[in-house]
Design a binder for this molecule. Structure first.
Ligand code: PHE
Length: 467
């Protein structure tokens, strides 16, 4: 069993695939808005502390668990002697499943906009909000709704590409795609950064991102930064355990974790330094939005006013597209790897079946944005039972509850049950020396679980809009 388990073909292949998972819509589209909300420099500073102190120990643990167990996300815990933690794996698996349903649809929207900027940027500029709503099945002028077939087809296309790559396997598909996609992403990012930083009027935006306003350093900002870090690093959802299980014993988990986290953070920070100054320069600070529509609606104003805007707009969505693809692929791999191993199913039909089901559930996500009044259900102690739109309920459930629960399970497992000694032993396989054993143990036993419990408590008790 262990011998025929797939492995990464090269060190770089793994790093790029793991970074590909981490670098996603979260970095480029969520991070800048949150950084703005959190006061720019203040948020940035907090985020830069959270990643090494909480993100890195968690990622290292997940990779070590996967590599030591050589198994999928659910069975790994049992293989390491603690069957009682299988629930952690189930939650992680379920998170990956639910997130893929909507993430792949947002990928479809991004694909739609990539095509829009290539072919009809004028239409987008003419009425950015109207264009966005129209894509989602709502005609604001007529006040009527309709099933948004075109964007559903784009989402189907997006899902099909992801499934195709998964079917090609770990080395031949995932690794190979990331080796092209990730460098392409970096190049586009740098081009866009230069474009944004050289816009007249970009300076106040840059200044905002660099100055620390102490009044913005609040517990709320800290929590937003913390949950953003988990989401952005792809923690608490089956992925790093699965990817770790494909990692050869000779690889240095600590160093790889450091590189993946650094790349992910770098992309987020660069995205912040690109989007915020560009919005300041064109629309002013009021132009920075937080919600999902931001990347689609407000940025249209930015590209419209920027010389060469349609081209840079196209590049921007291409960037988002690569980021979304590599992340979705990692999500689907976590789901499929489990089914293949557990049920003995074949890779190709499993991928197709799972992809189809997730696409169909995702249709409810896209349609509940504006076209159809599909509701979900949500509970918190402040507001009681509420019925938010189905799309919001999905995001609440994963981001506020399930990811923290799974991450907490991993921390407790690594810190208290399997013990940090075993994690470090796994890290030191192949003669590698890991010099931070004490620090790691402290962080994974106390700091990370405490922080996660606070996120959960805040979500449940205050009904806050952490995402
Ligand atoms: N980490 C990805 C991002 O920043 C999101 C993601 C979530 C990817 C879950 C995989 C799994 O967008």
């Amino acid at each position: 069993m262990e011998n025929n388990r797939a492995q990464w073909g090269s060190k770089l292949g793994f790093i790029l695939a793991a970074a590909g998972s981490a670098v996603g819509l979260g970095n480029i589209w969520k991070f800048p808005g949150k950084a703005f909300e959190g006061g720019g420099g203040a948020f940035l500073l907090m985020y830069l502390l959270i990643v090494p102190l909480i993100g890195m120990p968690c990622m290292m643990s997940e990779l070590a668990i996967g590599r030591a167990a050589q198994s999928n996300v659910v069975d790994s815990f049992g293989r390491l002697g603690h069957k009682g933690y299988a629930w952690t794996g189930w939650v992680g698996w379920a998170v990956a499943f639910i997130i893929t349903c909507y993430y792949s649809h947002v990928g479809g929207w991004v694909l739609r906009y990539t095509v829009s900027y290539a072919m009809e940027s004028g239409k987008v500029y003419a009425d950015p909000l109207g264009y966005f709503y129209n894509m989602l099945g709502y005609d604001a002028a007529a006040g009527s709704t309709f099933i948004p077939w075109p964007v559903l087809i784009f989402a189907a296309l997006f899902m099909a590409v992801c499934c195709f790559i998964i079917i090609k396997g770990v080395e031949g598909g995932i690794e190979r795609f990331n080796k092209i996609g990730m460098p392409a992403l970096f190049v586009i990012l740098v081009v866009l950064l230069i474009r944004a930083a050289t816009l007249p009027g970009a300076a106040p935006g840059l200044k905002y991102m660099l100055s620390i306003d102490a009044s913005k350093v609040t517990p709320q900002t800290f929590l937003i930064a913390l949950s953003q870090a988990f989401y952005s690093l792809s923690l608490g959802m089956a992925i790093m355990i699965t990817y770790g299980s494909y990692l050869p014993k000779t690889e240095n988990i600590a160093r790889n974790t450091f590189m993946v986290c650094t790349m992910d953070t770098l992309v987020a920070v660069i995205a912040g330094f690109m989007v915020i100054p560009a919005v300041f320069a064109t629309l002013g600070p009021e132009g920075v939005g937080k919600g999902g529509g931001f990347a689609f609606v407000s940025l249209a104003g930015v590209f419209q006013q920027m010389p060469g805007g349609a081209f840079f707009g196209f590049l921007f969505y291409l960037l988002l597209l690569f980021a979304a693809l590599t992340s979705t692929i990692s999500l689907i791999e976590g789901i499929v790897a489990f089914l293949i191993e557990r049920k003995g199913w074949k890779r190709t039909p499993t991928t197709i079946a799972v992809g189809l089901i997730m696409f169909l559930i995702g249709c409810l996500y896209t349609c509940s944005q504006a076209a159809l009044p599909i509701k979900g259900i949500w509970f918190d102690f402040k507001n009681g039972i509420t019925y938010p739109a189905f799309c919001d309920a999905m995001e609440f459930l994963t981001d506020r509850i399930m990811i923290p629960v799974c991450a907490l399970g991993c921390c407790l497992f690594a810190g208290w049950s399997w013990t940090p000694e075993n994690v470090c032993k796994e890290i030191e396989q192949g003669g590698i020396r890991f010099g931070l054993v004490k620090l790691y143990s402290f962080l994974i036993k106390f700091v990370a679980p405490a922080a996660i419990i606070v996120i959960l408590a805040v979500s449940l008790f205050t009904g806050t809009t952490l995402s």
